[in-house]
Design a binder for this molecule. Structure first.
Ligand SMILES: [Zn+2]
Length: 134
């Protein structure tokens, strides 16, 4: 899992995504969903927020069509679309991912389904999410 965190607060997210599962952190003290991941809840002070597995279901919060081949994105053919997906089942925390499908159908709040994938960045494959309209 080179290129992703293996020892930070978000390490479980990357490990789970590498195994094809989506997970988000939720505080066992106050129920607040956390992203980016934390080691201690800033709201209630509870240590070690729990990780909960979630379905790859979200709604479109926003999207961007990228025409420029930024450094390291050689493995992604430009233009491509990144979508910022809000997860209603996780306090509307938002995750980026690449969009698959007909971009002319994209609109705010439309339901999305996702899948775990990998994205080539530089010389490594990193776990990623691909979203498409439900
Ligand atoms: Zn809390």
């Amino acid at each position: 899992m080179a290129g992703t965190s293996t020892d930070g607060a978000d390490a479980p997210y990357w490990a789970n995504l590498s195994d094809g599962r989506l997970s988000m952190q939720c505080c066992q003290g106050c129920g607040d969903w956390k992203w980016p991941a934390v080691t201690r809840c800033g709201r209630c002070g509870t240590d070690e927020p729990q990780w909960r597995e979630l379905p790859f279901e979200a709604v479109v919060f926003s999207w961007t069509k990228v025409h420029y081949a930024f450094g390291g994105t050689d493995g992604i053919a430009a233009p491509y679309i990144t979508v910022l997906a809000a997860l209603p089942q996780a306090g509307n925390r938002r995750l980026f991912g690449l969009f698959e499908g007909d971009e002319t159908q994209l609109d705010f709040d439309l339901p999305l389904v996702g899948r775990a994938s990998t994205t080539r960045f530089g010389s490594i494959d990193i776990p990623s999410i691909r979203w498409r309209l439900a």
